[in-house]
Design a protein around this ligand. Structure first.
Ligand code: PXP
Length: 250
């Protein structure tokens, strides 16, 4: 069976982080999204946080109006965010856990414990024709609950795997990678589309990209950081090249 195409979603949040450090309009995340699109991205991902620390409401308005690629809007399950999503109707919404004090999304959404809170969001977004993704740990219980909730997509959190790889902890990296592999097979077998992301770099992307049933990787922080040294176009093109290589080597 031929492998499914693997899409790259470029997360542009941290272009906005740099802009917001000074206020004003530069650097413009929408310009970054356009460059990412020209460099092989298949989608743009942006996380509208409750505290608007990076992407703002105006950025979302502009991304919807000016970008041809599908927008994957990451958001917490709150009434405010639901209203915004239903107003814009992006291609996809990825529901993520959100804590004000965290620097980044620290772990997956606990859909098992949070079922009664999250399920109505999945339903309402789905009824509006938005593809709903749940950002979860590669854990069999979380995957089963995501399916039962009616989500179309799960995004498996790769953060712990990437951190273990950064520490050169080979045994832990292998253990956590296997969880992503098994979680992907489990999600696919349940009819879910499986995405993965968080913390991925040039060093960690290939094994994940080589997992046959992963359909999309969402990558942000590393690409924006790397863009400082080699420009965003080249940063994205290189990442895309590694993903293609990983698939071809299977
Ligand atoms: N996927 C999800 C659901 C996320 O919340 C994030 C971070 O916003 C990413 C992917 C991208 O992670 P990173 O910026 O570490 O590449």
């Amino acid at each position: 069976m031929p492998l499914a195409a693997l899409r790259l979603g470029v997360n542009i949040d941290h272009v906005a982080t740099i802009r917001n450090a000074r206020g004003g309009e530069h650097p413009d995340p929408v310009r970054a999204a356009k460059q990412a699109a020209e460099s092989g991205a298949d989608g743009i991902t942006a996380h509208l946080r409750e505290d608007r620390r990076h992407i703002t409401d105006t950025d979302i308005d502009r991304l919807m109006a000016e970008i041809d690629l599908p927008l994957n809007l990451e958001m917490a399950a709150t009434p405010e965010m639901l209203d915004i999503a239903l107003r814009h109707k992006p291609h996809a919404v990825c529901i993520v856990p959100e804590k004000r004090e965290e620097r980044t999304t620290e772990g997956g959404l606990d859909v098992a414990a949070g079922h009664n809170h999250i399920a109505p969001y999945v339903r309402q977004l789905g009824e509006a024709g938005i593809r709903v993704s749940l950002f979860i740990e590669p854990d069999p219980v979380q995957i089963a609950v995501a399916e039962a909730m009616g989500a179309a997509v799960i995004e498996l959190h790769t953060g712990a795997y990437c951190e273990a790889a950064l520490r050169n902890d080979t045994a832990e990296t292998a253990r956590l990678f296997q969880k992503i592999e098994i979680g992907t097979a489990e999600g696919y077998a349940r009819g879910l589309e499986v995405h993965a992301g968080h913390g991925l770099t040039y060093d960690t992307v290939k094994p994940v990209a080589a997992i046959a049933h992963i359909a999309e990787l969402n990558i942000g922080h590393f690409l924006i950081g790397e863009a400082i040294f080699r420009g965003l176009r080249e940063a994205v093109t290189t990442m895309r090249g590694l993903m293609v290589e990983a698939r071809a080597q299977r």
